[in-house]
Design a protein around this ligand. Structure first.
Ligand code: UDP
Ligand code: MG
Length: 324
């Protein structure tokens, strides 16, 4: 079997050499052929030159260079489009995703899982605000989305070749890979890891990029926001019906003198027209949501990957190798 490791890097000149040494050290210990595919996401520093230097010394290292900075999710996608291993691992190039976890991911792959996801325990580096917003985000997205999205999951995962081939068919522009992988529905297992501090350099995820990712997650996995207007409209219509009932009650008991002249018609017009408008807007939202889903052109289904032939035999082989 052959393992591909995809690593997106953006202006990581401060860490790329030490990260590579650490990753290659771990990979040399796993009993399979491997390649590392670095995806340079339009770095403006010496990152690409450093990777070329690594490539000259080791033919198992590849470099894909994007023409400009397209963002982490697109860089990961480009890597998965070009990685041709039987299993593909994606991980950050800053040391926050410990390469030492790779044997554990591989062991679960050998057991037959098509996706091995990872979940961060606690990020000592992240401040209170980042932790709270992250928790709030996963709470919200799992209420709005029909697809389950694993809280605190990282873009550090192993995918079988079948899963990668499936993911290559998902070509939507606004991508939230953590959602797309569970949406695909292949068998998955989760491994926990302690988030580690960056080896060096600083985070390339600005608050703007973070918000953009959260927005992509909500809007590409849920059409609930488009339909909010319907519910608000119904609430307004309920108020207007309550008002009608109140006015009729006052009239029926002969207390219409208590009504300020003009109040009845004004309130009715306000609540009624407002409610009708919102309901109609929500209906338009419903159609826009359907159009949006169609334009994403996600595949309609995936076939269940068949058990990998010889998976059990390979497990035995690993155990023997370890004993040697
Ligand atoms: N990255 C990328 N393109 C970007 C931003 C980040 O390829 O536009 C890479 C970055 O080099 C790193 C990984 O994505 O390998 C995760 O980014 P970072 O560590 O900055 O994010 P954080 O861990 O702070 O959320
Ligand atoms: Mg990082």
């Amino acid at each position: 079997m052959r393992l591909s490791v995809v690593v997106p890097v953006y202006n990581e000149e401060a860490v790329v050499l030490s990260f590579h040494a650490r990753l290659a050290g771990v990979l040399d210990g796993v009993p399979c052929a491997w390649e590392i595919c670095y995806v340079d996401d339009g770095s403006t520093d010496q990152t690409a030159e450093m990777i070329r230097h690594i490539m000259n010394a080791d033919a198992r290292v590849r470099l894909l260079q994007l023409s400009r900075n397209f963002g982490h999710q697109v860089a990961l996608t480009a890597g998965m489009d070009h990685a041709d291993g039987d299993a593909v691992i994606t991980m950050d190039g800053d040391g926050q995703h410990p390469p030492e976890l790779i044997p554990e991911l591989l062991a679960l792959y050998q057991k037959g899982y098509d996706l091995v996801l990872t979940q961060r325990r606690a990020d000592k580096d992240a401040g209170l605000i980042k932790r709270l917003t992250s928790r709030g985000f996963y709470w919200l997205i799992n209420r709005l989305s029909q697809t389950y999205i694993l809280p605190d999951s990282a873009d550090f995962r192993l995918m079988s070749r079948e899963a990668v081939l499936g993911l290559r068919q998902v070509r939507e522009q606004h991508r939230f890979l953590r959602g797309i992988v569970t949406w695909m529905g292949f068998s998955w297992a989760v491994v926990h890891f302690q988030a580690q501090p960056r080896l060096a350099g600083c985070s390339k995820y600005s608050s703007r990029k973070m918000l953009e990712l959260a927005g992509n997650a909500v809007f590409s996995f849920s059409t609930v926001p488009l339909r909010l207007a319907i519910w608000m409209g119904f609430i307004l219509l309920f108020f207007s019906a309550t008002e009608v009932a109140w006015v009729l009650y006052l009239i029926s008991v002969g207390r219409q003198a208590e009504l300020v002249p003009g109040w009845t018609s004004l309130m009715l017009a306000l609540l009624g027209i407002g409610g009708v408008q919102l309901v109609l807007l929500g209906l338009v939202g419903q159609y826009v949501g359907l159009i949006f889903q169609e334009t994403k052109k996600r595949p309609l289904y995936f076939l269940k990957p068949q058990p990998r032939r010889g998976a059990a035999a390979e497990t035995v082989e690993i155990e023997e190798n370890l004993r040697v």
